[in-house]
Every structure is written in structure tokens, then in C-alpha cells.
Design a protein. Structure first.
Length: 184
């Protein structure tokens, strides 16, 4: 929140502001109030942050008056991430598109939720046809497990045509070199 932003610009998220929540986040100008259990259970970063004792005179991080500010995610990305925990359809994530899964992967990576990141990658894998070069780029950016990257590299290596100029731009120098050397 910038010093010039009016406080009244901050709004509660319409879906992820629970009366019984005990953990507060501020993402951009949106307040979230959720359950700390998931964050302490699934993220080493938050487990450490939430278990730390505040200094004398400081409010505990994540309290109503000391919300944790997430600066590496948008409110929409964070809401999509929270959807993985609060989805009312339990095992139906068919409403998620590529952008939604990508946002979930990003938040899970940025804030150390490896199981959620893996879940979101599986969501992308199961439903969407994404070019191998695009998948490789995305998965490398967010440090996906090799079990997802290896088949994609093999597909690029074993196909007849060499990576196109567009694919080379997407893959970057290191990945393109790896593919080229393996093809020789």
C-alpha cells in the first residue's frame, strides 16, 4: 500500500474474507481473512513466519492490524490460489483455465507451497494442450519437478524438426543448447 493511497480504497475480498478466519493478508488493495492452518501446514515460509514471536510492542504478523502484505502476487492470483483450499466442489476444478493454473503455480512457488504447486501443474497437464516450449519455460521459471520437465525435453529432442526461432526465444539459451546437444 503506497503512502498516497487512501485507506478507504482497501476492500475485503468478497469470497475469501471469513468471519472465523485468523490470518489476514493485504494483496494490493484487497484484504483477505483466511485460516492459518493451511499456511502453517503447507508452507515452510509461513510456518516459520507465523510461529515467530513478535518483538515487544509489535503486533503478530498476520493479525487484523498487522496483515501480511503479499507483493509478489495479484489479488486475483491469490484468490485463485485460495480456491485450491476452499473450492466448494471439492474435486472439480474444471472452471480453471490456463491463466488460473499459472497464477496458482506462481503464488505456490513464490510463497513455498510445493504440494499446491504440484497440484496446479497436474491441473495444467491433465486438461490443456500447451506447446512443449511454453510448458518448459513455465515449469523452469517456477522450478517444477523434473518429472514434468523431462518428458517435455524428450519430446523436443525426439521430434523431427529443430526448435523454431520462436521456440528458441521462449526456451532461452540454456534450454535450447541442452536440446541441441541431445539431438546431435
Amino acid at each position: 500500500l503506497s503512502p498516497t493511497s487512501p485507506l478507504n480504497a482497501v476492500k475485503r475480498h468478497p469470497e475469501y474474507y471469513f468471519k472465523d478466519g485468523d490470518l489476514y493478508f493485504l494483496v494490493g488493495t484487497t484484504n483477505f481473512c483466511v485460516h492459518s492452518y493451511f499456511f502453517a501446514r503447507d508452507s515452510t515460509q509461513f510456518r516459520n513466519e507465523l510461529s515467530a514471536c513478535p518483538s515487544v510492542g509489535e503486533l503478530p504478523k498476520g493479525s487484523k492490524d498487522s496483515a501480511i502484505q503479499l507483493e509478489r502476487a495479484t489479488a486475483d492470483e491469490f484468490a485463485s490460489f485460495l480456491w485450491t483450499y476452499y473450492n466448494r466442489k471439492f474435486d472439480d476444478y474444471s472452471a480453471a483455465d490456463v491463466a488460473t493454473w499459472t497464477g496458482i503455480i506462481k503464488v505456490a512457488f513464490e510463497y513455498d507451497f510445493p504440494a499446491v504447486k504440484d497440484f496446479a501443474i497436474r491441473g495444467l497437464e491433465s486438461k490443456f494442450e500447451i506447446a512443449p516450449a511454453d510448458r518448459i519455460s513455465l515449469y523452469r521459471k517456477y522450478k517444477a519437478d523434473k518429472k514434468y520437465l523431462t518428458p517435455l525435453f524428450l519430446k523436443m529432442i525426439q521430434r523431427e524438426e529443430w526448435p523454431s526461432n520462436d521456440e528458441i526465444d521462449i526456451l532461452g539459451h540454456d534450454a535450447t543448447t541442452l536440446i541441441s546437444r541431445a539431438r546431435e
